[in-house]
Design a protein around this ligand. Structure first.
Ligand SMILES: NC(=O)c1ccc[n+]([C@@H]2O[C@H](COP(=O)([O-])OP(=O)(O)OC[C@H]3O[C@@H](n4cnc5c(N)ncnc54)[C@H](O)[C@@H]3O)[C@@H](O)[C@H]2O)c1
Length: 426
């Protein structure tokens, strides 16, 4: 299987690394705006020098040189890059979100359908053993008739400030609303778990904390100039390198986040990037003095077409990243928390049973989902068969419709939105 990849940031590099380790897979062309990224991975994956591009026009002008293209550029580029690739006849593995504009999602779905091309969208959780086990338990019927699902996406304060206050996904007008950027996965899980499209919903949410009004007195614009830096929870050095204390340095909160602005893992380089790097300086801005406008908490209440009621919440006020799910049926409930690999099955009138799911997978990217989706791409192109549960582009349209409706409702202060009013596949 020949692969070409555009976008060599953390996601593109991650998929490429998994693919490069698979037998019968060859990465033949790569493209990123930054020469150093292209050359580092190009060398690592054995891509010929004349097939490493920094200009997307030259990359697409190659025509179809592989069986599948991985598209891992930023949110607002997925539509144009997918369209160009589909027109060239590529099958796709494309990062979520497909597009914040529902009409663009529908256009891509139609283009893929008309051309008979296969498009998988990276809702990686569906490929993680942990989430597949939840789906299997629901489908077994042991919970009886599912009545309600409560699902929360808990973003740690350090991840939230990195991505949604200082980083790439801080403004919904230039990237995506938080619900799309972070929770199209969760909308997709609810659609998958219930086996039903959504009938109607309403949603509330706002940016309530990370704004100028909440800046502590005397907080500077930049962490390195700030007199509060030795005690601030969000201070950049503390976040990425740990804080110096009398007995040494504390552990950094988000060491792998530095890849967004510094290609070296050396603390001196990271600190230099934060102080003077064009990109790094953005991550040293005071979290109360940024230009972010995405929400820091949001709730969506949904009634599915088959009658199941779902609630989805997301917020930034947590110590660690984790998703918590409760599935309530007529015969019992399943409680899942993906910060560990244990599910709790509590059937009414019976003792609770703990189900451990592949503890090693939990340690991998998206609980094994990153590796799982790459294998899925290989299967659909090389192994015959039916693949229920894969995230085909038509499924993505539904999760993106749910988000579009929720954003509409949020803008109208929680007004109920009938899903029939949101454009759908025809
Ligand atoms: N599936 C998931 O769970 C998951 C998790 C995180 C991010 N994402 C999504 O994946 C995408 C990439 O995220 P990331 O964290 O890797 O971001 P990133 O910023 O690290 O990587 C994006 C890369 O694309 C490159 N790029 C941008 N425009 C380009 C162009 N025109 N031509 C060539 N290269 C270009 C950038 O230089 C960068 O290296 C985003 O859309 C994000 O929302 C998905």
């Amino acid at each position: 299987m020949k692969v070409s990849i555009i976008g060599l940031g953390s996601r593109g590099k991650n998929y490429g690394t998994h693919l490069s380790k698979m037998q019968d897979v060859q990465i033949v062309a790569v493209c990123d705006k930054y020469r150093n990224k292209v050359d580092i991975v190009g060398k690592m994956w054995g891509v010929a020098e004349n097939m490493r591009f920094t200009d997307e026009n030259e990359f697409f002008a190659l025509g179809k040189v592989a069986d599948v293209m991985v598209i891992a550029t930023q949110d607002r580029d997925h539509y144009s890059h997918s369209k160009k690739a589909l027109e060239l006849g590529y099958n796709l593995l494309v990062e979520k979100p497909l597009s914040p504009i529902i009409e663009e999602c529908l256009e891509l779905e139609k283009l893929a359908r008309v051309k008979g091309l296969k498009v998988l969208v990276c809702h990686v959780l569906r490929y993680a053993p942990y989430y597949r086990k939840i789906k299997e338990i629901i489908a077994s019927g042991i919970l009886g008739e599912v009545k309600e699902i409560r699902h929360s996406e808990n973003i740690s304060y350090w991840h939230y400030t990195h991505s949604y206050v200082r980083g790439n996904w801080r403004r919904e007008d230039t990237t995506s609303p938080l619900l799309l950027a972070k929770c199209c996965h969760d909308a997709d899980l609810l659609y998958w778990f219930t086996g039903s499209k959504c009938k109607s919903l309403s949603s509330y949410g706002s940016q309530s904390y990370f704004n100028h009004a909440n800046a502590p007195e005397g907080a500077a614009q930049n962490c390195f100039d700030c007199k509060l830096r030795t005690t601030c929870l969000f201070e950049a050095e503390y976040q990425y390198c740990g804080r110096k204390t009398l007995i040494g340095r504390t552990k950094p909160k988000f060491p792998w986040g530095t890849y967004a602005f510094c290609q070296s893992a050396d603390k001196k380089d990271i600190l230099a990037a934060l102080k003077t790097g064009e990109r790094g300086k953005e991550f040293a801005r005071c979290v109360f003095h940024c230009d972010n406008n995405v929400v820091d908490r949001q709730t969506v209440m949904m009634e599915m077409q088959n009658g199941i009621i779902c609630t989805l919440t997301v917020d930034a006020f947590n110590d660690k990243n984790h998703r918590h799910t409760e599935i309530r049926g007529s015969k019992g409930m399943l409680i899942a928390d993906d910060s560990h690999s244990v599910l709790t099955l509590k059937l009414f009138d019976k003792a609770a049973k703990r189900i451990t799911v592949n503890p090693l997978a939990v340690l991998k990217g998206h609980y094994g989902g990153d590796q799982g989706i790459v294998k899925a791409v290989y299967n659909i192109l090389n192994v015959d068969g039916d693949y229920p549960g894969y995230t085909w582009i038509k499924d993505t349209v539904e999760s993106h419709r749910i988000v579009a409706a929720a954003e509409l409702s949020r803008a109208k202060n929680g007004e109920k939105v009938d899903m029939q009013t949101i454009p759908d596949i025809i």
